[in-house]
Each structure stands twice: as C-alpha cells, then as structure tokens.
Design a protein around this ligand. Structure first.
Ligand code: NAD
Length: 346
C-alpha cells in the first residue's frame, strides 16, 4: 500500500522525537524540515500528500496555491489556533485539520506560573541567589488571595485557569463573546473587566475583530498597576501601547508567552546576535516583564497528544471520508461548529 507522506515544517527536536515515537504504524511516512513554511519554502512540499505546520508557519493564499499545485491535499496543524491560515481562501482548495485540545492544563498552568513568577519576583530572586546575593530589597510581592482577576475567553484553557485562580481564593470575573450558560462564571462586559481587574489573562483566539483589543484607550480604562498575562496570541495586544503603559507605570507587570511579531524570533537562538525588534528588546529589558517564547504548550503530555491526534487526523482524512478535527471558514463563524463532521467540510 502506498504510504501517506507528510512534510513537517518548523520541526524541532521535540517534534521529531514525539512524532517518531507516536508513528508506530506503517501507513505514514514523515519528513522533517527545520525551516518554516513560507512562500519561499513551499516548493519543499511538492509531491507530499500533507504538510504539518505550527503556529508561526505562513499559510496565506500564495502558500495555499503552492501547496495545491505541488499536489498537497491536506494541511495538518499541530496546534489549536489557526489564525496563521487563510482558511477562507483554503475553502474548496485544500482541507485543514487541527488539534483542538492537547493539554489545556499545560497552557493554564503556564499562565499561573508566569503570574506567580512575576508578582513574587522569582525571576529576580533566582538570579540573585545564583550569585550568592541574599538581599530581599526590591523583591516585595503581593498576595493573590482576594484579588480580582479578569479572564478573557472561557473555553477549555480559560476555564481551567479560572479553576486554578479559584483555588487561590481570587475573585474571578470573565468576558467571552459567547458566554457559557450555567457555568457558574461571573460574566461582565469588557469595559467592566478592564475597570475592575487587578490582573487580566487572555484565553481567546485571535480574530480580525479582536486584534489589538489591548491598546492605548483600553489600557487607559484599566486599574493602575494591572498585571497582564497573555498566553493566547500576541496580536491581541498592541505591543508599543503595552510598552508605553509600562513606562508610564500604568501597567504593573506583563507576562507574555506570545508576542505579535514572534514569528521572526521565537523558537530560535538569538543569543550572540543583535535583535532587530526594538519593542521586544525594550520589553524584555523591563524588570516587570517576563517573556517566554510560546512555551505554554510544551509539556510531555501535550506533545504526545499533539502527535497522536495529528497522525489520527491525517489517517482519518486519507483512509476514511471525514475528520472530526477538520475546520473551515464556515466552522469559524460559529462559537461551536454545528456540523457533526460526518463528512468532509466540502
Ligand atoms: P477554546 O476554543 O476552547 O476557547 C476559546 C474561547 O474564546 C471560547 O469560549 C470562545 O467563545 C471565546 N472567544 C472567541 N472569540 C472571542 C472574542 N472575540 N472575545 C472573547 N472571547 C472570545 O480555545 P482554547 O483551547 O481555550 O484556547 C484559547 C487560545 O489559547 C487559542 O485560541 C490559542 O490562541 C491559545 N493557545 C496558546 C497556546 C500556547 O502555547 N501559548 C497553546 C494553545 C492555545
């Protein structure tokens, strides 16, 4: 039987390890490319049945045309978010599948890890004690107990994050474009969330509508000293406005696992190089900003689930006539796609 050939882009050592471990059958053949998928690299996919891409690969109209003309029939995202794919353009040209949930715990726990690190100055203390500096000056934090946290997006990750926050006896308020009925979550308007929250954490997808939901005028509505956590997508926040808010002491701290211009820097080693992005460099230089490079998903459990589900998605697409994890632009228009995915989206 002819094997299904998948070309992986932006493949890292941990991807190769987890996919090799999961690919125990003899129907799928994998090739791993270190380079990202872009208009310049799309020709590498020629002759493959599917490409497997991650958050910073470019899947715009030109890339889709290149994939289709190279004979590729499936784009398998090894992530949940698909804002980097022009799914409207892809419709009726090439199918798209994703991994809708691989470990919401990984991301929610990372968000809390960033928050605790930031407000208890663990990043500062770690460096000090490594240098045998046992001074406590400048390390004063604050209790989470009793503070109000505003959660934007109450899907799989947001809800787990809410549970974690409740464990700290925080007062949780939330905003979601499609509030969950009977969830016991206290929903408020975005304006109220900006005004009342001591801490704000983002867990919604990036869409055209909410790009830059944090910008100068929304920052002005927030409390002085607010802590912002973003483990969702970078472009929810206008980075320059965030930097200005920090310089003006309006924003007390920022915990960023994502950054709007991350695709050129994240996942690469730039130590020993000059980073061209002045906003990112200035943010990183701030004592009250913590940046991790889109690391929230990175746990053993998540990697295993990503590999298992991606391989199942590919096998299901080529061997059956449907894939429950297919997405198209029509699915995106609804909070929960009402199609039962008993057949392909088109
Ligand atoms: P989900 O689909 O389960 O939940 C998303 C929630 O956001 C839904 O309740 C939806 O109604 C809500 N929403 C949609 N549009 C909104 C808007 N404009 N304003 C407010 N809420 C809106 O998704 P999830 O699994 O919880 O993931 C959330 C996001 O986390 C993903 O879209 C992705 O961007 C990000 N993510 C990041 C990492 C990482 O490693 N940093 C990993 C996985 C996911």
């Amino acid at each position: 039987m002819k094997k299904i050939r998948i070309a992986f882009f932006d493949a890292k050592d941990y991807d190769i390890e987890s996919f090799n471990k999961a690919n125990t059958g003899d129907t799928i053949e994998t090739s791993f490319f270190e380079t990202r998928l872009t208009e310049d690299t799309v020709r590498l996919a020629e002759g493959y049945d599917a490409v497997c891409v991650f958050v910073n690969d470019t899947v715009n109209a030109k890339v889709i045309d290149g994939l289709v003309s190279g004979g590729v029939r499936l784009i398998a995202l090894r992530c949940a978010g698909y804002n980097n794919v022009d799914i409207q353009y892809a419709y009726k040209k090439i199918h798209v599948v994703r991994v809708p949930a691989y470990s919401p715990y990984a991301v929610a726990e990372h968000a809390m890890a960033l928050l605790l690190t930031s407000i208890r100055r663990i990043h500062k203390a770690y460096n000090r004690t490594k240098d045998f500096n046992f001074s406590l000056n400048g390390l004063t934090g604050f209790d989470l107990h009793g503070k109000t946290i505003g959660v934007v997006g109450t899907g799989k990750i947001g809800r787990i994050f809410i549970d974690i926050c409740r464990g700290f006896r925080m007062n949780v308020i939330a905003y979601d474009k499609y509030p969950a009925k009977d969830s016991g979550i206290t929903y408020v308007s975005l304006e109220e969330l900006w005004e009342k929250s001591d801490i704000i954490s983002f867990h919604c997808p990036l869409t055209d509508e909410n790009r830059y939901m944090v910008k100068k005028d929304t920052i002005n509505q927030m409390k002085k000293g607010v802590v912002i956590i973003n483990t969702s997508r970078g472009a929810l926040i206008e980075s320059h406005a965030l930097l200005e808010g920090i310089k003006e002491r309006k924003i007390g701290a920022a915990c960023l696992d994502v950054y709007e211009e991350e695709s050129d820097v994240f996942f690469h080693d730039f130590s020993g190089h000059i980073v061209e992005d002045d906003t990112l460099a200035r943010l990183i230089s701030m004592p009250n900003v913590i940046v991790t490079s889109h690391q929230a998903f990175l746990t053993n459990e998540a990697l295993q689930n990503i590999a298992d589900t991606t391989l199942e998605n590919v096998a299901s697409y080529f061997e059956k006539d449907c894939c429950s994890n297919e997405i198209c632009y029509r699915c995106e228009k609804l909070p929960q796609c009402t199609q039962e995915h008993l057949s392909k989206c088109f």
